[in-house]
Ligand binder design. Structure first.
Ligand SMILES: [Ca+2]
Ligand SMILES: [Ca+2]
Ligand SMILES: [Ca+2]
Ligand SMILES: [Ca+2]
Length: 582
């Protein structure tokens, strides 16, 4: 196998700008990519002019990645509300990772073919709320400066400059739905004691109708907390809904507080303009390449209709021609998701529907028709500024958990080899189906984690969290107690190979997709990608058994990745594998 890798490496090195196809697919017994065509349209280091459909994303939570500066582990030295919360033994506290650490690992990411990084929110947080901390970044107090646990504004500039010099884009995760929990209610929180809503301590939601009839809460802010938020307008309770805690049902999904987090009145024109100003200032100051927007479905549609076009126009004026925005709409139904790329004027959303279909088909052994059902709804995303080609494909994230966790739940007795094969298949589907691939950090090191949020936010640097360290990782004898930046991990190598072939063939990135084959049980799913005169066919086998591909018209195409067995028209694909033909 190492000979094959060396061969491929030297091929890539030699053919930097020459268009050559070296078909050595007939070499047997090796499922490594066997030819790579490097041609116009392949990945460029020109991050500014690169179409987002040519990017490979890496989604990282900086606190859990790499600690590049231990002097900032305790957060602010001058602002008490943003200091502390550091406990590397707890999965709900800061662990010391930061932007300088991420800068140190940019070559590790580039080596895997990553061209864009999406960071969890990095603005200054309330460090502690109740019994956990703002390590994840979603409790913002100050929308103008970096959280001191993660570094300084200068560190952020340095991260962006260094990433850009390597051709890597930086995307920020932004929040407009809520701030940290500072506002309290007279009727619900006792004065003078600092209380945060938890699952046992909810302030019942007051409906819009009841509010109109004069019922509701009396908001207050403790005397010493009246100026905690920046910019200053955010300190006035009049800009918030103040209707109590959400149970994520019906209207309270939009107007309720998330566990006490102060929910903004996002239909108020002043709030809309306030957030346009906040994020235009961020764009002016830091020049990020785009935004991922948090909690989109909990914000009024009228907000998105104005906010998103405004910030994209502004970024374009600032000299970022491909500034790109995608939203987190936490729904596994394309009918819900697509409302925000059409009515909501957001160019793209994270494809939670694809995530579910991939989990079911490659992680739970369900029928491949589920993938066809998914793509049958692609037309819903279409309008003048969006289409399914721009959706963000993912199989794991920081809120739901990792594909590998669900797969292991469904197949607890599967061999290590089978589990690795399923993770590779899920990620290959994420790369080669329509949409833009987003790798969740740690996937490339065989992380499995547990379901839900905290259980899937493991450390890449050595972890002291017992719940993480007891879980068996895939493809390695290490645990999360070790350093896990292993560039020889089989999944790191696999993703690098996926990225290489993805960049080599433009139709795999931007080609029109057509489904060629699917069935009512685990087995073959095939699709074609066509761009101008170029066409590739990708065939996946989600079954553990070899499957015939004789009913698929391969049009004389040759294997360029993976392998088919057999001769002439009688060809088959091995169990839990995939193949690309061109
Ligand atoms: Ca640190
Ligand atoms: Ca809301
Ligand atoms: Ca609150
Ligand atoms: Ca649209």
């Amino acid at each position: 196998m190492s000979n094959m890798q060396n061969f491929k490496k030297s091929l890539l090195t030699t053919l930097l700008s020459v268009s050559v196809v070296a078909s050595v697919a007939t070499l047997s017994g090796c499922s490594k990519p066997t030819s790579v065509e490097n041609q116009a349209g392949a990945v460029t280091t020109d991050y500014l002019n690169r179409d987002v459909r040519d990017d490979v994303f890496y989604f990282v939570m900086p606190d859990r990645f790499e600690n590049g500066d231990t002097s900032n582990d305790m957060g602010s030295k001058t602002i008490e509300i943003s200091s502390g919360g550091f406990d590397p033994t707890s999965n709900g506290h800061y662990h010391g990772g930061d932007l300088p650490g991420l800068i140190n690992k940019l070559d590790y990411l580039k080596g895997m073919g990553i061209t864009a990084i999406w960071l969890t929110p990095i603005m200054r947080n309330q460090a502690v709320q109740g019994d956990s901390s703002g390590y994840h970044g979603y409790w913002t107090l100050d929308f103008t400066e970096i959280d001191p646990h993660l570094g300084t504004n200068a560190d952020l500039k340095n991260l962006i400059d260094t990433a850009h010099s390597k051709g890597i884009k930086i995307f920020f995760d932004i929040i407009t739905n809520h701030t940290a929990d500072v506002i309290k209610y007279e009727e619900c929180h006792r004065e003078a004691t600092k209380q945060f809503s938890t699952s046992e301590q909810l302030c019942p939601y007051v409906s819009l109708a009841d509010k109109a009839a004069g019922k509701g809460y009396t908001p207050y802010v403790n005397q010493d907390e009246k100026n905690l938020k920046t910019p200053a307008w955010l300190n006035d309770p009049k800009y918030y809904n103040n209707q109590g805690d959400s149970t994520w049902q019906g209207e309270n999904s939009i107007y309720g507080d998330f566990m006490g987090l102060d929910d903004l009145n996002t239909k108020d024109p002043e709030v809309i303009q306030g957030f346009i100003d906040i994020y235009n200032n961020i764009i002016r100051k830091f020049k990020p390449d785009g935004f991922r927007i948090d909690t989109v479905k909990h914000v009024d549609m009228v907000f998105w209709q104005q906010f998103t076009p405004a910030i994209i126009d502004f970024a374009n004026e600032q000299g970022i021609p491909n500034f790109f925005v995608f939203g987190e709409v936490y729904s596994e139904d394309a009918r819900q998701l697509s409302r925000f790329t059409t009515d909501g004027k957001i160019p793209s959303v994270l494809d939670f529907h694809l995530q579910l279909a991939v989990k079911n088909v490659f992680g739970r052994g369900k029928a491949t028709s589920e993938l066809n059902d998914l793509f049958e709804l692609d037309h819903l995303y279409n309008d003048e500024d969006s289409s399914a080609d721009y959706l963000m494909n993912f199989v794991s994230n920081h809120d739901m958990g990792r594909f590998a966790y669900y797969m292991r739940e469904a197949f607890p007795d599967a061999s290590e080899q089978e589990q690795l094969a399923r993770v590779k298949l899920a990620n290959a589907f994420m790369f080669f189906a329509r949409g833009i691939p987003v790798i969740y950090y740690g996937e490339e090191q065989g992380f499995v984690g547990e379901g839900g949020d905290k259980g899937a936010r493991e450390n890449m640097k050595p972890s002291k969290v017992e719940q993480y360290n007891r879980i068996d990782l895939l493809g390695t004898d290490k645990t999360t107690a070790d350093d896990n930046f292993d560039q020889t991990h089989p999944l790191y190598i696999a993703f690098k190979e996926f990225a290489d072939v993805y960049q080599a063939y433009p139709e795999l990135r931007r080609g029109e997709q057509q489904v060629l084959s699917y069935g009512n049980e685990a087995g073959v799913f095939a699709l074609s990608r066509t761009l101008d005169d170029e066409q590739s066919i990708v065939i996946f086998n989600s079954s553990t058994e070899a499957q015939s591909v004789s009913d698929i018209d391969l049009g004389g195409k040759k294997v360029v990745f993976g392998e088919l067995n057999g001769d002439g028209n009688v060809k088959s694909i091995a169990g839990l594998s995939f193949v690309i033909l061109k």
